[in-house]
Design a protein around this ligand. Structure first.
Ligand code: SF4
Ligand code: SF4
Length: 465
C-alpha cells in the first residue's frame, strides 16, 4: 500500500464524530499547517505590541498612558483631556462600523483572527498541545488516572497559563500608570490589585477553560452577526454540490454517485469551536479558515482538486452568481460613508486639539455695579485650562467697540500648571452713555503660541430696562 493511502487511512482514525458541544466536554482541536494557520500566527503577531506598548517612551514619558488620576490621556505627542473625550465616541463609532463592514464582506473574520478571546485561546491551546500532545493524547490523558506524570504535566500547563494571564493583567494596568515595582513594594492600591486579579483570572478562565464556549454563549456579536451578512458575504463554505454524497474512499478508488468528501472528519477535528461546516453555516463558526487548510490537505492526499471547503458567498455557491464589486453593494457603501465621516472628524479633532481651553462667565449676581464716579462695572470670570504637559504663562486681553472700556485694575499675566483650570477675574468699566447697541466684549487669552477668543457682553442699567 502506498504511503499516501496509509495517510488517508490515518485521517479516519484521527477524525472525530461531530456532536454539538454544549460545554460538557473540552474541544481538543487538531493543529495543522496551512495558509490560514499562518494567517492566524500573523494575527497573533499583530497583538504582540500590546505586551511591549507600556515600555515605549516618547519625549521622556510613557508613549501610551491613560493617567486616570490626573485625568490626562497621552498618545505619543497628543495629550487628551476629559474635555476632548468626544473623540472617544468617534473612535468607538469607527470601530463598531468597521466591525460591521468587515462582517458584511468577510463574515466573522474579526472573531477568527483578531479577537483577543480567539488569540489568547489559540496561545493557551498551543501550550496545551506542546505539553500534553495532539488531541488523541490529550483525551487519553484526561481519562487516565492521576499519577506523577499527569500531575506534573497538568501543573506545568496551569502554571504557564496563569503566568500568561497574570502578565496580561499587569500589562493592562501598566497602561494606566501602574509600574511593576508597585506590585513588589506593596504600593499598589487595592483597586489596582483587584482589577489586575480580575483581568488575570478572566484571561485564565476564558482562554484556558471556557474557550469556544465564550464565543458560543457569552459573546453578543455571535448573535447579531446574522443581521450584518448578506448573500454576497464570503466565508468558509462547504461545497455541498461537489462533496455529496459523501463516503469513505481511498486514493485512486472510484464509487459511482459519490461526491468528493471522503467523510474523514478532518474539517471537524481542526475546528476550534467544534463546528461541522458540512451542516451549513452555524453561529459557532468564527470564520478562521482552519477547516479549509484541513480539507485542502486531504484533497491533496486523495488526488482531488482543493477548495471543497473554500471562502465563497452563498450567491456564488448556490446560484453561480459572480462576486459583486464592493462599491456596488449598498451595505458597504453605507458603512464606508459612516467610516469616512468618523475618521475625518477624528483626524480633524486630533490635529486641532487646542493647547488650552477658555470659558468666560459673566457675573450675574449682580449683573453690574455703579461706581462712585458714575461709571458701570461688570465682572467676568475667565476659566482657562492648560492642556499641555508644561506650565503655561497666559496673557489676557479684550476688544470692544465700547468707547473707553477699561479694566478697573491691570490684568496680570498668569501661569497655569499643567492640566489645571485657573479662574481669572477681570473687572471692566465704562460710562453708560458710551455703550451703544453693540455691547459685545471679546476676550482673548494667549499662551503657548495659541490665542483663544470668547465673546461676552457688557451690561448697563438700560440693558435691563
Ligand atoms: S469536507 Fe474535507 S475534511 Fe471534511 S470530511 Fe469531507 S473531505 Fe474530510
Ligand atoms: S467551521 Fe471552519 S472556519 Fe468555522 S470555526 Fe470551524 S474551522 Fe473555523
Amino acid at each position: 500500500m502506498s504511503q499516501k493511502s496509509n495517510q488517508v487511512d490515518s485521517l479516519y482514525e484521527e477524525g472525530e464524530q461531530w456532536v454539538q458541544n454544549l460545554g460538557e466536554k473540552t474541544v481538543h482541536a487538531k493543529r495543522m499547517k496551512g495558509k490560514f494557520r499562518n494567517i492566524k500566527w500573523l494575527a497573533i503577531a499583530v497583538w504582540s505590541p500590546f505586551f511591549f506598548g507600556p515600555y515605549v517612551t516618547w519625549n521622556g514619558q510613557q508613549a501610551i498612558l491613560f493617567d486616570v488620576e490626573k485625568r490626562q490621556y497621552h498618545l505619543f505627542d497628543v495629550t487628551i483631556f476629559p474635555q476632548d473625550l468626544w473623540m472617544l465616541t468617534m473612535v468607538l463609532l469607527f470601530l463598531a462600523i468597521l466591525l460591521a463592514a468587515m462582517t458584511t464582506v468577510l463574515g466573522r473574520v474579526f472573531c477568527g483572527y483578531f479577537c483577543f478571546q480567539t488569540i489568547w485561546t489559540d496561545i493557551f491551546t498551543f501550550i496545551e498541545n506542546q505539553l500534553e500532545g495532539p488531541p488523541a493524547k490529550r483525551r487519553k490523558l484526561e481519562k487516565a488516572p492521576w499519577n506523577f506524570t499527569k500531575i506534573r504535566i497538568k501543573i506545568s500547563k496551569h502554571l504557564i497559563w496563569l503566568a500568561i494571564a497574570l502578565l496580561s493583567g499587569v500589562t493592562w494596568m501598566l497602561y494606566f500608570g501602574v509600574s511593576w515595582s508597585d506590585y513588589f513594594d506593596g504600593s499598589a492600591s487595592s483597586t489596582t490589585l483587584t482589577i489586575t486579579a480580575a483581568i488575570s483570572l478572566g484571561a485564565y478562565t476564558f482562554a484556558g477553560h471556557m474557550r469556544e464556549q465564550a464565543c458560543l454563549w457569552i459573546c453578543p456579536y455571535a448573535r447579531i452577526q446574522g443581521a450584518m451578512v448578506d448573500k454576497q458575504t464570503i466565508m468558509p463554505t462547504y461545497d455541498h454540490y461537489r462533496g455529496e454524497d459523501r463516503g469513505k474512499l481511498k486514493k485512486g478508488q472510484y464509487a459511482e454517485g459519490q461526491g468528493d468528501c471522503i467523510d474523514c472528519n478532518q474539517c471537524v477535528a481542526v475546528c476550534p469551536t467544534g463546528v461541522d461546516i458540512r451542516k451549513g453555516q452555524e453561529y459557532g463558526c468564527i470564520t478562521c479558515g482552519l477547516c479549509i487548510d484541513a480539507c485542502d490537505s486531504v484533497m491533496e492526499k486523495v488526488g482531488k482538486p482543493k477548495g471543497l471547503i473554500r471562502y465563497t458567498s452563498l450567491d456564488e455557491m448556490k446560484f453561480n452568481k459572480p462576486f459583486v464589486a464592493l462599491y456596488k453593494r449598498p451595505r458597504v457603501i453605507v458603512y464606508s460613508t459612516i467610516l469616512l465621516v468618523a475618521l475625518s472628524i477624528l483626524t480633524y479633532g486630533l490635529f486641532n486639539i487646542a493647547s488650552m481651553d477658555l470659558k468666560v462667565l459673566h457675573d450675574r449676581q449682580p449683573l453690574f455695579v455703579q461706581l462712585s464716579d458714575g461709571s458701570i462695572r461688570n465682572k467676568y470670570e475667565l476659566k482657562v485650562m492648560n492642556k499641555t504637559d508644561q506650565p503655561m504663562l497666559v496673557n489676557i486681553g479684550f476688544d470692544s467697540t465700547i468707547k473707553d472700556l477699561k479694566p478697573t485694575k491691570e490684568i496680570p499675566n498668569v501661569t497655569i500648571p499643567t492640566g489645571n483650570v485657573k479662574s481669572i477675574y477681570v473687572y471692566l468699566k465704562a460710562f453708560e452713555r458710551n455703550v451703544g447697541d453693540n455691547n459685545s466684549v471679546i476676550f482673548s487669552v494667549t499662551g503657548d503660541e495659541t490665542t483663544l477668543k470668547y465673546e461676552s457682553s457688557f451690561f448697563t442699567p438700560k440693558s435691563v430696562r
